[in-house]
Design a protein around this ligand. Sequence first.
Ligand code: PMP
Ligand code: GLU
Length: 399
Amino acid sequence: MTKTMLSDRILRMQESATIKMAKMARKLAAEGHDVISLSLGEPDFDTPKHIKDAAKKALDDGFTKYTPVPGLVELRQAICNKFKRDNNLDFDLSQIVVSNGAKQSIANLSLALLNEGDEVIVLAPFWVSYYEIIRLGGGVPVVLHSGVEDDYKVSAEAIEEAITNRTKLIIFSSPCNPSGSVYSYDELKAIAGVVERHKNVHIISDEIYEYINFDEKHVSIGTFESVKDRTITINGFSKGFAMTGWRLGYMGAPEWIAQACAKMQGQFTSGANAFGQKAAAYALEADMAPTNVMREAFLKRRDLVINGLKEIPGFIVNYPKGAFYVFPDVSAHFGKVIDGFEIENSADFAEYLLQKAHVAIVAGSAFGCEGCIRLSYAAAEETLIEAVKRIKEAVLKLG
Ligand code: PMP
Ligand code: GLU
């Protein structure tokens, strides 16, 4: 079949830049190049053993069948307990939907809430998939910019100015992918104050990096009384428990939204896999020591990478307070030409580093921030040291 048989929907959609970069890095490596991939945001740690053991036991105990669409009661109860314990959020079982990753939770929301032309305010830099998922639901992403000079955070005033009578949702992640920035209590309170005045606006608060927060106690915007009934809190197991391949995420939402998402999921994928859910329920209530060990390792690596990148001419870096990314502004190098290769933007810069330094990173444009690049430091320290060295060498050649 020719490409013209494809739907307008898929033709309009951009491929995920993170996944595309990871694919290109794998291809170069398969051709025999020594490629360092800092492109895909995924912990390099294995899932903690006690969680894997719980999944094996669940398999042996016969958890091999369909589950209720919004998730096993046991897992939803563990999620309610977690929300109360860690976030001081009150949800009951009917407000929780477990999905095949937080990515699906966000897709469920887009498809269940948006009508053609509804506006969604997206705080940039933003996680790549928000943009296309919103468009898939017929929504119009309204991107609000912030740069390194703002510590990559958008102000409540800017949000207030952007709200129109078509605004339905605001979406952001904190700790943020790709910047690692964490919105403070006061910043979240100010955003909640704005949303409070606009009764038709709901917030999607993506807190998937909650457990990778180096400085402060995590704050959920849903704890502010005025927006608690208009906030959907997203979380998942991929980052904090190193369970990317298990595909398990969840939301806590007003009941009418949770029910709509479950209806959507019931037609698409049904409930997430049974034995994984059993292990996930166990993970939420078991010892958090392995998560804390991972966080400590990420912190050490952050400092190592930041200290290295700060030495590279033309790199402006902030101090990310969470997640496992750094997002330097490299726009000082745009406009340079080397060996006939013109670096006009972040995609060219990423391509240059991939081809010349064999380091895969992701262009900032994918996250709504053209001047920047994203590096994931979820890799071994030696690998990170080598990557920074290679990047520096390649950049010095640019002059
Ligand atoms: N939100 C953010 C901010 C992310 O970085 C990711 C990572 N892919 C996701 C959601 C989706 O995570 P998953 O589908 O693996 O739960
Ligand atoms: N969240 C990760 C990233 O940003 C995983 C890849 C993806 O799902 O896009 O790289």
